[in-house]
Each structure stands twice: as C-alpha cells, then as structure tokens.
Write a protein that binds this ligand. Structure first.
Ligand SMILES: Cc1cc2nc3c(=O)[nH]c(=O)nc-3n(C[C@H](O)[C@H](O)[C@H](O)COP(=O)(O)OP(=O)(O)OC[C@H]3O[C@@H](n4cnc5c(N)ncnc54)[C@H](O)[C@@H]3O)c2cc1C
Length: 401
C-alpha cells in the first residue's frame, strides 16, 4: 500500500501544505512542472491571518526581515475623492499587513521544503490521475506513473487536474488582468503605505512597499500594479508601447513619475491573468484541491496567497492526532474551510467589477459611498476584518486562527 501523499504544484499552497504535513510526519512527494523554479513575480500583501500561519511554521521573523509592514491602505480618484482609507490598527493595535516580494516568500517556503527533506520532483508535470479505494495513481509527463495514498492538487487557478474531481465546479477567467513589477524606490521617494489611484473602474494604479528580494538586497522595493483588460495584455507592448503606458500612469498619478524611471524594458512588467474558481466542495475521495486551484479569485482583496497558507494550516489541523484515513481528513477539511472560502469568493465576485471593468454605475457608487462608509466605525471595522482575512460570513463569523 502506498504511504506517501502527492502534492501537485510548488506554489504558495503546495509548498506550505508540504511543510505542514511533513512537520506531522506525513511522507510527502511534491511535483512541480517547472524544471528550475526561480523566485520570480511581484509583491504580495500578507494579511494578519496568513502571518499567523507563517508564525506557526517558524517563518514570520524571516519574512518580517525581508518585507515591510503596511498599516494603511489609501485610494483616491484624480479629483481627490477618497475611495479607500483603512488602517489595520482599527482591527488591533498591533495588526499590520506585510508587503513582501513573492520571490522572497517562495524562497522561505522552498528552503523549508528542502530542510525538511521533502522529496521534490522538478520539471515533472502531473497530467492526470485515477483513484480507487486504496490509492491514487498519477500520470506523469514523460509517460510514467506513480501511486500514492492521496493527492493534493495545488496547481493554480487554471488547473486541468481539477476537472478530474467529481465535484460541481466552474472556473471563469476574469475579463481584466494586470501588469505588475517591483521597482527599486529611488532616492528621496516618499515612504508610502499601500496607495491606489482609480479612474472609474477602467484605470487603476497600485503601489505597495514590499521590502527586499533577499537578505543581500539593499534596494527598497515598491510593487507597481496596472490594471488592463485581458484582450490588451498580450499586445500592450506593441500596441501601446512602454513610453505611452508610463505616460498613462503618470497622467493618472503624477507622484509615480520618479519611480517609473526604473521601468526601462517592457519585459520588467509581468502579466497576470486570474480566474474566479468555484467548487461545491474541495474533496473527492482521496483527492483534495487547495489554493487558487480550489478558490481562485481576483487580487482586489489581496487574499490568494493568504488563503493558500490558511488552507495548508487548516489541513494540518484537521489531520492532527487523528487516525482516520485520507478521505475522512479531506471531508473534515471541506467542513472546516467552507464558510471562509465561500465568504471571500462572494466578496471578490461582488467587488471586482467596481475596480476592474468598463462599468460606469458601480465605480460611481464606489466613489460616492466607500470613502463615506469607511468613516463609520462599524463599516471600517468590518472592512478591515475582511481585508485581514478573518471573515466567515457577511454579518458575523470569524476565522479562529
Ligand atoms: C496581480 C496579483 C496580485 C496579487 N496580490 C496578492 C496579495 O496582495 N495578497 C495575496 O495573498 N495574494 C495575492 N495574489 C494571489 C496569489 O498570488 C495567489 O493566490 C497565490 O500565488 C496562489 O498560489 P497557489 O500555490 O495556489 O498557485 P500558483 O502560485 O499558481 O502555483 C501553482 C504551481 O503549480 C505548478 N503547476 C501547474 N500545473 C502543474 C502540473 N500539471 N504539474 C505540476 N505542477 C504544476 C505551477 O508551475 C506553479 O508552480 C495576487 C495575484 C495576482 C495575479
């Protein structure tokens, strides 16, 4: 009988799940399609809930040494109307978001994967799987197969493996995506918190301090996010060009000009596409979906990596001290995660068109009511609890973490 659990995908979800399970003595095989995963990508805001998972893994201090604390989120329109003004202190005096480069976070997780001696096959894609009462058999790129006691699918929003779970599901690509990069803060550039500027929902520029890419790095990184319709993502470099894109950014938010001096090559901008993933449940027998594969969403709420960490943590909690077999553990995981994942899926679906769309009415309402609502203590508190990753329902319910 196979003992080991296969995890597909060494992103935040897969790497964190491998760590949390291996810490409990589970034998893990991690499969990653990319031959030499390098810590690339732009910046993430890790919420207080995700930070707790990092602390439980013993990685928070290192993450704090690399990243930057963010207390306030501020967004406005070119006419000076405040859209967002939130402070983590309204949640708790010592709460903050952690701006961190994706590469720095992945570097910490992958080092821990290696330190725990987890078997990690790189350059091996999992193309499909079948399961029976006792095991799961993976079909691997190269035509080989491997048998495992269970399978955790963590290969992102656009996973094809997800369709192998006999569970009602859909994955709808968002019509809008983004280009994003980390640029070094030039001398004299102000110490910013998370800063956004919106024109209706068709233009959006976001800046966020994200600290260093590694301990040797001296530059203070600033994450730049620019919203674009997906139909323009492939062709922007040839159709608009870098100079014109920078011009659009500066027209929307003149303060960004000194930072843009560091943006010299279109290749510095990474494209991001996202999908709204819904599944009725996340387990099917000996197979479980986690991370973006299970609940991909737009990045407007800054929750994806955070939720991937929580998934790994809650899976380990469900397993702890129980000798019940993988199907029962996965079923228990679905029960534990249901309210939290449902809430954030709904919130993301509701909010995204207000920030990324050609809509007129939704952003008009946003500009009139969000800033005003945020001045009401109850609304501010609920908004920051949502951002911090704690909500499990619209009126009440809080994640116990
Ligand atoms: C622009 C943008 C901004 C964001 N900002 C934030 C933020 O501020 N805060 C936050 O918490 N989240 C944020 N996110 C979301 C976050 O990046 C994702 O939710 C998170 O990275 C998902 O991790 P994952 O491990 O589920 O999937 P992924 O990171 O997609 O990892 C999947 C892995 O699986 C591998 N793989 C794919 N197919 C196979 C296969 N068949 N076999 C083997 N391996 C395979 C891939 O190579 C990859 O390594 C943002 C996302 C975007 C796009």
């Amino acid at each position: 009988m196979p003992e080991s659990v296969a995890i597909v995908g060494a992103g935040v979800a897969g790497a964190a799940a491998a760590i949390r399970l291996a810490e409990q003595g589970v034998e893990v095989d991690l499969y990653e399609a990319v031959p030499e995963p390098r810590p690339i990508g732009a910046g993430l805001l890790l919420q207080p809930t995700g930070q707790r998972v990092q602390a439980a893994m013993g990685l928070l201090n290192e993450a704090l040494a690399l990243g930057t604390r963010v207390d306030r989120l501020f967004g406005d329109t070119p006419t000076g109307r405040t859209v967002l003004d939130m402070s983590y202190r309204r949640l708790r005096a010592d709460a903050y978001g952690l701006g961190i480069q994706r590469g720095a976070l992945m570097g910490l997780l992958w080092s821990r994967v290696q330190a725990l001696g987890i078997r990690w096959q790189r350059g091996v894609a999992v193309d499909g799987f079948t399961q029976d009462a006792a095991s799961v058999t993976l079909q691997l790129s190269g035509g080989t197969s491997a048998r495992h006691a269970a399978l955790i699918v963590a290969n992102g929003s656009f996973s094809r493996l997800r369709e192998g779970l006999r569970v009602a599901q859909h994955a709808r690509p968002f019509p809008w995506g983004a280009v994003w990069t980390v640029l070094p803060a030039p001398e004299g550039f102000p110490q910013i918190e998370l800063r956004q500027r919106f024109r209706a929902a068709s233009q959006m520029l976001g800046l966020m301090p994200v600290g260093k890419s590694s301990h040797d790095d001296r530059a203070r990184g600033i994450n730049l996010f620019w919203s674009l319709p997906v139909v323009e993502l492939d062709s922007w470099a040839s159709r608009i060009g870098l100079a014109a894109l920078k011009q659009q950014m500066t027209e929307l938010f003149p303060d960004v000009a000194p930072l843009l001096a560091g943006l010299r090559d279109p290749a510095q901008l990474r494209e991001a596409r996202y999908a709204d993933v819904w599944m009725r449940r996340w387990h099917d027998g000996r197979v479980l979906a986690i991370g973006d594969c299970a609940h991909g969403m737009s990045p407007q709420l800054g929750q994806g990596a955070n939720m991937a960490l929580i998934d790994a943590h809650e899976l380990a909690a469900e397993l702890r001290g129980r000798d019940r077999g993988w199907p029962a553990v996965f079923e228990g995981y679905t029960r534990r995660r249901r309210a939290h994942i449902r809430f954030y899926g709904q919130a993301s679906r509701g909010l995204t068109p207000m920030f990324q769309s050609h809509a007129v009415v939704a952003p008009w309402l946003r500009d009139r009511f969000f800033g005003w609502g945020g001045r009401l203590p109850y609304i501010h508190q609920q908004s920051i609890a949502t951002l911090a990753g704690y909500k499990t329902g619209w009126l009440w319910g809080r994640l116990k973490l």
